[in-house]
Ligand binder design. Sequence first.
Ligand code: PLP
Length: 384
Amino acid sequence: MNSAVYLDHNGTTLLDPRVLQAMMPYLSEQHGNATSRHVFGRGARQAIDHARGQVADAVGAHPSQVIFTAGGTEADNLAICGIPATRPNGQIAMSAIEHPAVTRPAFAMRSRGHRVAVIAVDHVGRVEKNHLDAILEKPTALVSVMLANNETGVIQDIAGIAETTRRHGAFMHTDAVQGLGKIKLDFTALNVHAMSLSAHKINGPQGAGALVLDKRVDIQPLLHGGGQEKGLRSGTENVAAIVGFGAACELIRHELVQRTGAVRQLRDQLELGLKALGAHIFGAASSNERLPNTSFFAFPEIEGETLVMALDRKGFAVASGSACSSDSTEPSHVLLAMGVEPELARGAVRVSFGAGNSRQQLVAFLQVLENELQRLKRLTAVAV
Ligand code: PLP
């Protein structure tokens, strides 16, 4: 058993024991293939359909709009490659702060003749709407703007961006992987054509996700084969993971208010402590909406990587830069897009709270952070 304190819930989360319990039968005796006609197959099919309803209910969608995938990355790829594929001359527009699961497929679509336009963000990480307007003057197949940023937690006005996008006759996708389970999501109210979700950010299993899709959108699949998920995601369904995703969605539907209230208190208290220690907190303008669990900050002249390793040695797991690219030492592209000086951006550290975190852990964390900062500053002073 790992005794370290986990403060990296935007990276991934622990499987909820209730989710594991829901999954267990499908990892053992209920082993049917959902395409089979016999009793085992019918059991698997029913379990998938039940989960589809649970996911749809959690995000204000209709079950028929939920396409299960093997995670958020695949959902993003399906939208970013699949929608423009039916609109050969349209450009793909995405914000400058998207996750690589959006940027990489978008740039890959250049080889199929699609132009890529990058929408600027302002200094607090919000999409520049005037820039979007200017970009949309050119024929556009798809606009993709994430609902909430995985690093800063900054939340975008997706409904407003979707309205502009629709006015120009383009489709709108949002990567809502970090929003699910942290703020209330309503697919219909967001007015988007497609929305990506992932199970492992909400105490569900890794390797399950969904693209929620307006049925009127023409889209091409990434995978061809047995025609599962209405032909949009061929391949035998991962029944246990899908069941777990459904169960995790059901739990957040009932527990969202309580969970977000708890993490917001911890985050706000953390930020009081951080400010007292002289941290710069990114995207924390009072005008800005942020995820309630996320704090992204830096201390001038302290390397983020160094601080993360020092905290790890003291038993606190936090992230530097983006969760999914933490092996890279480049400053965060999100911070650079916000105009943060590369020097300060190199110091970025992210704390993201979640189920299981407590006030005692936070108090201990702040104490260790203060000690480590003093130690690192002494080392820097000696080196100079
Ligand atoms: N989109 C965002 C905003 C993310 O934060 C992540 C993972 O960190 C992903 C997509 C990828 O999701 P998955 O890990 O389920 O492939």
